[in-house]
Design a protein around this ligand. Structure first.
Ligand code: EPZ
Length: 417
């Protein structure tokens, strides 16, 4: 199993580019099931989650080939509407295919999804919404059997603004008869990107980015090309990496307003951050003040996907802080690994209490999930001595060779077998 060997203490200096967003690319890939003509997706990042979503599409009879960093996708020959557990369990976004399969084929049999071990991650909101649109669903033996022969437009009121449920219901509505309205939906930028992508293919969707989305069903979609938005979580990760290791980094191909909640917190802690168009410039050469209190919320609140990285930063800030994780019930699993490095953190259910220490010390640590794993890498950058981060396959799901990007900024990090 590969691991990262990090020799801490090196500052980060230089310029990096941020890839397209994993959490935009994945629903967009799932939504290509709805289209029977060629689609070209540009700037495809080298994330394992994307590779695994492509395998799911190919398993449905969709042709996908990569030409440089472009994905050429054609769903004309798609005919299967079955996703076996060995494919579905590999990633959360396998469930996003359900809405698209029902929109295209009016039936589907999919296994329960997998994804990061950060909570129970039920799909009740997805299924309740589809039932509200007339889909008949039978769950048995770990499979979700759906009959959408009588699916039609209607009103779905989400009990919680679930990102995945919102995206699934958008896809179910695109080729649906009538109008589908989703109330109390998620407002993440990746949902706006999904709307814009599908409208570019001839769909009729309005309201993404607000709490009500309306989809007017159309007969068919035509082909087209698209470049998904920049990954706000990767951008935020490198902002926090610079805050922890110190240095001066320019981060290009970003949309600063998509992570303004983080920028605000870091500036208040003492980071110098300037924004210009699609670039952000961060300078940090002194120990930061702690954030005090932070809680994760649905967008535009502080993103849960930056919680682990922010917690790692707090372990070396001046003062104490409290972080409340409101979205996922077990998203502090990486904390014991930080404690091995000398962090002073206490966790009680969804609340972490952090007392900043002068320094962390290198240790053998184990990734527990994608963002918890990258938080350990950030800790290793500023720890004294050597840190080995194991189980880095978690990290590769959402970062493309992060060791190369960090090395280009001056970090001493290498991938070893
Ligand atoms: C998406 O997951 C992202 N994944 C997650 O990113 C992100 O953390 C999350 O949204 C929140 O922003 C992708 O887009 C592929 P949710 P999703 O449905 O759709 C509960 C990363 O690190 N819930 O908004 O699964 C759920 O348990 C990943 O890139 C239900 O109760 O998130 C959670 O507590 C991790 N029933 C809350 O809602 C449901 O049917 C938010 O989940 C669905 C969700």
């Amino acid at each position: 199993m590969q691991k990262f060997l990090i020799h801490g203490g090196k500052k980060l200096n230089g310029t990096i580019n941020v890839e397209c967003a994993k959490n935009a690319y994945l629903p967009i890939l799932a939504s290509t099931i709805l289209c029977e003509e060629e689609i070209v997706l540009k700037n495809c990042p080298d994330f394992t989650d994307i590779k695994n979503m492509i395998i799911i599409l190919e398993n449905l009879g969709i042709t996908v080939y990569k030409k440089d960093d472009e994905l050429h996708i054609n769903g004309a020959e798609a005919s299967f509407c079955f996703i076996p557990s060995e494919l579905a369990k590999v990633l959360r976004s396998s469930i996003f295919a359900l809405g698209a399969l029902l929109g295209r084929f009016k039936k589907a049999k999919v296994a329960y999804p997998g994804g990061c071990d950060i909570g129970l991650r039920p799909i009740d909101l997805h299924l309740k919404g589809l039932k509200d649109l007339g889909v008949k669903i039978v769950e048995c033996h770990g499979y979700i059997n759906c009959d959408a022969s009588e699916m039609k437009g209607g009103l779905v009121h989400l009990d919680y603004p679930s990102v995945g449920a919102t995206e699934n219901l958008i896809m179910a509505g695109v080729l649906n008869s009538g109008t589908t309205t989703i109330v109390n939906c998620a407002k993440e930028p990746e949902i706006v990107d999904l709307q814009n992508f599908l409208n570019n293919l001839g769909a009729k969707i309005t309201g993404a980015g607000t709490d009500t989305i309306v989809i007017t069903g159309v007969k068919k979609l035509h082909g087209g090309s698209w470049t998904p938005i920049s990954d706000r979580i990767i951008a935020g990760t490198f902002l926090i990496a610079t805050a922890m290791a110190g240095g001066e980094v320019e981060i290009c191909n970003v949309i600063p307003q998509h992570f303004s909640s983080l920028i605000d917190k870091l500036q208040k802690s003492g980071c110098k951050i300037e924004q210009k168009d699609d670039k952000i410039f961060v300078v940090c050469n002194s120990r930061l003040e702690s954030v005090g209190f932070l809680e994760t919320m649905p967008y535009p609140g502080f993103p849960t996907d930056l919680q682990a990285q922010m917690l790692a930063l707090q372990t070396v800030c001046k003062g104490s802080s409290l972080i409340q994780e409101n979205l996922f019930e077990t998203r502090f699993k990486f904390v014991p690994e930080l404690i091995k490095m000398g962090a002073n953190v206490k966790v009680n259910q969804r609340t972490a209490y952090i007392n900043g220490v002068d320094k962390l010390f290198g240790a053998d640590v184990y990734s527990t999930d994608l963002r918890g794993g990258v938080a350990l890498v950030l800790a290793g950058l500023c720890a004294q001595g050597y840190t080995t981060v194991h189980d880095i396959y978690h990290i590769d799901r959402g970062y493309a060779f992060i060791e190369k990007t960090l090395s280009s900024l001056g970090a001493n990090i290498q991938r070893i077998d």
